[in-house]
Design a protein. Structure first.
Length: 347
């Protein structure tokens, strides 16, 4: 037991399949957690950067940003890490050992979703500024508006509510990279609990006297029904656009899985040829058992397949550096890749 890589405590080989499935579910949950939290932070940076560059008032205060990250964003992201997993997760190709947690297509998805969230919330914020600040959107012009501090607080409140709602909607769309949001919609009970918690914190932040107005500088009571309806356009727009982005992400996922499948076919072909070469033209186990000194010959065939697989995976590590550019584009641009390949070859 001490020398073994794996121990079956119930003498049932089906346990191996169950263990692989559980491992894949945990790994997928980590990927969804990272993708969601990174896209939210990317969107936060985009929104603040846009406000600074264009000269409109910064969308939220530092305390509001901290509240969003720690209180309203964290529970849904943790719930994503507890996803039960897709029923077809065992149909995915085995991932290479050197594969990073965040793949290239995941980075594209995170930036796309972050850009969508930013665009929607910025649009809501600009409309809110025009609604509450007498048609003005630039900081210099708003400073001339009577009682501009309170009016700016109302506009920020609308954007704050819209952002929390949109992020809660995105936590549902992020449960799968390629499947629609309504697929197994209520399959993760922890997500329901997390969203309820986030919503309660939101309404406490914008409605509880003193805490909302003096600490967080939000006025949910003063924005009126029109403000709440305007905030509602944020999650609706985010839902539609993020689901459209999934079409592109699904295409990239299928392309990546096809690359893994192609690599598997090549190595199997090499192994069959090696069996025929070393095992007197035999490829089936029952026939190979009849070949003289079959164990040594089988070892030779396996050695050829093993070497071919390592070389193929090292080549794939170069081809995986980009999904759309040829392998020779900036071939030696990653110094760490050269070191990793040399280490793998020496091993």
């Amino acid at each position: 037991k001490g020398a073994s890589d794996m121990i079956l405590t119930d003498d049932n080989f089906c346990s191996i399949v169950a263990a692989v499935e559980k491992g894949r579910v945990i790994y997928a949950g980590i990927q969804k957690f990272v993708a969601f939290i990174m896209s939210v932070h990317i969107a936060e940076v985009m929104q603040i950067f846009f406000c600074i560059v264009t000269g409109i008032p910064v969308m939220r205060t530092p305390l509001q940003i901290l509240f969003l990250i720690l209180v309203t964003d964290l529970p849904p992201s943790i719930a994503l890490g507890m996803e039960p997993g897709d029923s077809t997760i065992l149909e995915d190709r085995p991932r290479p050992r050197e594969e990073p947690v965040v793949l290239n297509w995941m980075w594209v998805s995170m930036v796309l979703n972050g850009a969508v969230l930013s665009a929607v919330i910025i649009a809501v914020y600009i409309v809110a500024l025009m609604m509450y600040c007498d048609g003005q959107v630039l900081q210099t012009a708003i400073n001339e508006v009577p009682d501009f501090g309170s009016k700016l607080m109302d506009a920020r409140t609308v954007a704050f509510i819209s952002l929390v709602w949109a992020e809660n909607v995105r936590s549902y769309t992020s449960r799968s990279f390629d499947r629609p949001v309504w697929h197994n919609f209520l399959g993760n009970k922890n997500m329901q609990k997390a969203i309820i918690m986030a919503q309660l914190c939101l309404y406490a932040a914008v409605l509880v006297p003193f805490f909302s107005t003096d600490i967080l500088q939000l006025r949910g009571i003063n924005i009126g029904l029109s403000g709440w309806l305007l905030a509602l356009t944020g999650p609706v727009g985010c839902l539609v656009l993020c689901e459209i982005c999934k079409l592109f992400t699904a295409f990239q996922m299928r392309k990546y899985q096809q690359v893994l499948a192609d690599a598997t076919v090549v190595i199997i072909a090499v192994y069959i040829v090696a069996l025929m070469m070393y095992c007197d033209g035999q490829v089936l186990q029952t026939d190979i058992n009849e070949v003289p000194d079959f164990s040594s010959k089988l070892m030779d065939a396996r050695t050829v397949a093993f070497i071919s697989l390592v070389w193929a995976e090292n080549v794939r590590s170069y081809t995986s550096r980009s999904f759309d550019r040829p392998v020779w584009h900036n071939l030696l641009g990653n110094v760490n890749m050269q070191k990793a390949i040399i280490m793998a070859q020496l091993c």
